[in-house]
Every structure is written in structure tokens, then in C-alpha cells.
Design a protein around this ligand. Structure first.
Ligand code: AHG
Ligand code: MN
Ligand code: MN
Ligand code: MN
Length: 309
């Protein structure tokens, strides 16, 4: 039963990239996630469900838990004294705390449309050295916490992906899987088919139709953390494509696509915009969106054949 902090210090001995400041940042992000997990699990009792009656920079109606999770993470990271820039889905501009250190891009609460119906949601984070607006391939670490039947942490460094489960009794994230690798191929595809006729690429429709002919199952939760977590563990493919209304799709590069792509690639999968690996995209805007096609090698490569066919 290895707790997260022990795991990080043991990893730091073998990997000089993992310095004390990074251990502190990761420990504190996951501490914030424990607090958020507690709030999520009793949200109905705390009157923190529903809308905050505000619209964020994304043009979305902010939920009370979006706002609370955002505040918890920002205050926690400020206290570390090791954070340089913070980029949050819920804050229009980058928060500059110092001119050096680690920069964190984060989605404080992913899957907001599912909060009020008690479906899995989560927190996603991406850690860069200094500047937050760098290609995803330069991430030092990335991860997410999913508030599901269990509260689980999936944490990736350049060389490995590890999985932890929150033990409610000890309050520790306990290592359950190290050097996690995802299946090379699955039998599940995950996409919001309601937009089938709006997708920009006809090749995508042909690809999805081919999966149906191969008897794939469709699973779509509508929280990226839940759909990616299932794809990691069962294999298959998750897609949020461009459509005629959103030419770059819906998912944000810095705090959704990049961290999830970093995790998937380090777990042996692939992640592409359809035109280039997501991790190679050079960020222009803080909240820029990219089409996301990620998952098992076989399905992503098959999808690319149809898109470039
Ligand atoms: P967020 O709640 O952080 O704004 O993210 C919601 C995203 C992502 O979690 C999910 O994959 C996607 O929205 C679902 O979008 P649709 O409801 O349009 O399918
Ligand atoms: Mn949102
Ligand atoms: Mn999100
Ligand atoms: Mn969010």
C-alpha cells in the first residue's frame, strides 16, 4: 500500500526531473482534489448544486461547483509558493504568481453538465516548466482525478502512467497500478452521435459506420474524464470532432486535450487532431480548442485512414 507522496519521492530518487517543488505541486493539486471530492459527494447537502448564474470565458453557464473547485485549486497552488502561471478553464486570463517555477493549466471541474445528475466528473491538470503555453509534448507531468464510485487519480510522467485510489479511511491516494498500459485495441467507441450530420469530415461518418459493422459498442458519458478513463482501461476510441458550428471542436487544448493526450500516449495509445498529434500543437490562445481523437493505437490509426482516405 504505497501512498502517493512515498511513490513520488521514490520516483524522484530515480528521476532527477522530479524535484521537491514538483512533488509539492502534485501533492497539493491532489490535496485540493480530495477537498473537491468531499464537496462533490455531499453537494446536495451543502446547497452547492446548480448554476452560479454567471457565464465564463467559454460562454458556458458556470455551475457553483465549477467556481468552488476553481477557488480551492487556485488558493492551494498559491500556498505552495512554487507555481509560476495558472491557467484555469474558469479564468479568462493567466494568473501570474511569479516569474519562475511550474505552470499549471487545469480544468477544475470537468463534466459540469453531469454534476446535478450525479454522474462521474473530475479535475484535469497539466504541468509545464515556466511558460504554460507550450506544446503538450513538453509537459513535465499531467493527470486527472475522477470523482466516480471511487475517487481515482491517474498520473503521467514522460516515462510512465500510474493509477491511485483514494482511501477514504486514511485520506491517502494509494498506488493500485504502476507502469499502466492501455489495450492496443478495444470494442467501444465514444462520440456524441447527436452531431453526426454536423461533423465536418465525411470520413469520420464512414469510420463510425465501419465500427458499427464490426459490432462495437457506443458508450458516451459526456464527461471527458469518464470517457477517457473508460477508454484507457477498456481500450477503444474517444472522439470530440470539429463540426460545422465549432471548426476546432469543443475541447480545450491546454487543460483537456494536452493532459489527456500525454496520459494516453504514455499509456501506449495515440492522440491526434486528425491532422497532427495533439501534443505537437503549438498553443496560440489560452483557451483554444482542438478536435480530439484519442485512444487505442488500432482505432486511432484506423480513424486516420478514413480521414485521410
Ligand atoms: P467542462 O464541463 O469542463 O466544460 O467540459 C465538458 C466537456 C467534456 O467534459 C465533455 O467531453 C464534453 O464537454 C461533452 O460535450 P457535449 O455535451 O457537447 O457532448
Ligand atoms: Mn466548462
Ligand atoms: Mn472539461
Ligand atoms: Mn470544466
Amino acid at each position: 500500500m504505497i501512498p502517493l507522496t512515498t511513490y513520488l519521492f521514490q520516483k524522484a530518487v530515480r528521476n532527477p526531473v522530479i524535484d521537491d517543488a514538483l512533488v509539492l505541486i502534485i501533492s497539493e493539486i491532489t490535496s485540493a482534489a480530495k477537498i473537491i471530492s468531499g464537496k462533490v459527494r455531499k453537494a446536495a447537502l451543502l446547497d452547492i448544486l446548480g448554476s452560479a448564474r454567471k457565464t465564463n470565458v467559454q460562454g458556458e453557464e458556470v455551475q457553483k461547483l465549477d467556481e468552488l473547485a476553481n477557488e480551492i485549486i487556485i488558493e492551494t497552488l498559491k500556498c505552495t509558493g512554487k507555481a509560476c502561471m495558472l491557467a484555469s478553464e474558469e479564468v479568462e486570463d493567466c494568473l501570474v504568481l511569479s516569474d519562475t517555477g511550474y505552470s499549471i493549466a487545469f480544468d477544475p471541474l470537468d463534466g459540469s453538465s453531469n454534476i446535478d445528475v450525479n454522474v462521474s466528473i473530475g479535475t484535469i491538470f497539466s504541468i509545464q516548466k515556466e511558460d504554460v503555453k507550450k506544446p503538450g509534448r513538453e509537459q513535465i507531468a499531467a493527470g486527472y482525478v475522477i470523482y466516480g464510485p471511487s475517487t481515482m487519480l491517474v498520473l503521467a510522467f514522460k516515462d510512465s502512467v500510474s493509477v491511485f485510489c483514494l482511501d477514504p479511511e486514511s485520506g491517502n491516494f494509494i498506488l493500485v497500478k504502476d507502469n499502466f498500459k492501455m489495450p492496443e485495441k478495444g470494442k467501444i467507441y465514444s462520440i456524441n452521435e447527436a452531431n453526426y450530420h454536423k461533423w465536418t469530415e465525411d470520413g469520420l461518418r464512414k469510420f463510425v459506420d465501419s465500427l458499427k459493422e464490426q459490432k462495437y459498442t457506443l458508450r458516451y458519458v459526456g464527461s471527458m474524464v469518464a470517457d477517457v478513463h473508460r477508454t484507457l482501461f477498456k481500450g477503444g476510441i474517444f472522439i470530440y470532432p470539429a463540426d460545422v458550428k465549432n471548426k476546432n471542436g469543443k475541447l480545450r487544448l491546454l487543460y483537456e486535450a494536452n493532459p489527456m493526450s500525454f496520459i494516453v500516449e504514455n499509456a501506449g495509445g495515440l492522440a491526434t487532431t486528425g491532422k497532427e498529434p495533439i501534443l505537437d500543437v503549438v498553443p496560440q490562445e489560452l483557451h483554444q480548442r482542438v478536435p480530439v481523437i484519442l485512444g487505442s493505437k488500432w482505432e486511432v490509426e484506423e480513424c486516420l485512414k478514413y480521414l485521410n482516405g
